[in-house]
Design a protein around this ligand. Structure first.
Ligand code: NAD
Length: 256
């Protein structure tokens, strides 16, 4: 690896598994000090993987639906470093219902965890950015479902579309502090969240192939590579943009 994040401190939420874990590890391999934040399951293992890359890494146990989670996560970052330069808002939970069956309770819960948490975790990070002179980058993990429709996931899709709007707004508001804000929109990615359906549901497996020009589900490390690009100085003139990591799914009607 090339040290593209050397000297930087990166926070990744939902780092206990899947895309969050892969991103935390990739950032560590590129020289960043890492705060692996999220619910407890899997966090310590992620931290161990990061430390194997020879960097400082710490777990910050935090439920991002809780009011003070952003402050707790930032405090963990400032425990291992005097600055924080990268934040990946990766936590996301699925809704399960069609629009006509979605209750206020389900909508509120998914909205709180997926979208409101982005502001909740970003706010203290941005306050720090205002006081430090170094450039910083936020990467929000949305979904191809923030761009395209899919049955039975109304609240999820609404929050993922909301993340795209929020990202553009944050990019405009935060450019004055030299903070870039972009959004990654993954297609179907093989992670602990999807692996059971990819393995046991022929229909879901078929969908993941047929909806994707590249003809396969993505891997978590492929999303991590996109996060690395946007977090690094290679993307120094890119802000407010959507990067789809979806094997072409958002660029097609169906695969021929
Ligand atoms: P995952 O379920 O494997 O990992 C999610 C992580 O978030 C877990 O470690 C979990 O403990 C943590 N988490 C859940 N609720 C939390 C909370 N309230 N507070 C703190 N942490 C919490 O999921 P994944 O597949 O790696 O997905 C990661 C992100 O990518 C999500 O935002 C998801 O919507 C998005 N995404 C995933 C796919 C896919 O196919 N896997 C596709 C598009 C978008």
């Amino acid at each position: 690896m090339t040290g593209r994040l050397s000297g930087k401190t990166a926070i990744v939420t939902g780092a206990g598994s899947g895309i969050g874990r892969a991103t935390a590890i990739r950032f560590a391999q590129e020289g960043a000090s890492v705060v692996a934040a999220g619910l407890p399951e899997g966090l310590d293992e992620t931290v161990e993987f990061c430390r194997e890359a020879g960097v400082r890494a710490v777990a910050a146990v935090a439920d991002v639906s809780q009011a003070t989670s952003g402050e707790a996560i930032l405090e963990a970052a400032l425990g291992i470093s005097s600055c924080a330069n990268v934040l990946v808002n990766n936590v996301g939970i699925a809704g399960t219902t069609a629009a006509y069956d979605t209750t206020d309770e389900e909508f509120d819960r998914v909205f709180d965890v997926n979208l409101k948490s982005v502001l909740r975790v970003s706010r203290p990070f941005l306050q720090l950015c205002r006081s430090q002179s170094a450039p910083a980058s936020i990467v929000n993990i949305s979904s191809v479902q923030g761009i395209l429709g899919f049955p039975n996931n109304a609240s999820y899709a609404a929050t993922k579309a909301g993340m795209i709007g929020l990202t553009r707004q944050m990019a405009n508001d935060c450019a004055r502090f030299n903070v870039r804000v972009n959004v990654v929109a993954p297609g179907i990615i093989d992670t602990p969240r999807t692996e059971e359906r990819l393995r046991d549901s022929p229909a879901f497996r078929k969908l993941s192939v047929q909806s994707t020009p590249l003809g396969r589900p993505g891997r978590a490390d492929e999303v991590a590579a996109a996060c690395l690009f946007l977090a690094s100085d290679d993307a120094s003139f890119i802000t407010g943009q959507i990067l789809a990591v979806d094997g072409g799914a958002s660029a097609t009607v169906f695969r021929s």
